[in-house]
Design a protein around this ligand. Sequence first.
Ligand SMILES: [Zn+2]
Length: 138
Amino acid sequence: MSAEIRDAAAAPGYCAMRQRLATVRGPAAAQPCAGCDREAQLWSYDGTDPDERTDPARGHRYSLDPGRYRPLCRSCHRRATARGASGPLDVERAAWLYRAGASSRGIAAVLDASPSAVLRALRAHGVSIRSRSRRTDR
Ligand SMILES: [Zn+2]
């Protein structure tokens, strides 16, 4: 075991911090996802800690401050970690797709979000929502 890893073990590591979070804030699964309507599955570090830590074994960034974590579902978490600190839903892209004629359901599938989260984001973005089509022909 290298000295580096021993030192890291002295401060709460990534895994220990996950457990502390569960103790301090409860299971993420008990909360709604911060990025969509689904049920959250894990706590996600929001990337804002000036005293950020990096797990030496896995390279995960994390914070020792339980207040800097958001409850997220897996897909929002995947997006958040893939794109850094950008918003959980890509509203610009959703708006573009919507104006191009895509349905909220279709956009939701593309962006890996729920249709109602997409509609909410579009409204918040100032996009006028088309009334739901009542056509039943196929
Ligand atoms: Zn989500």
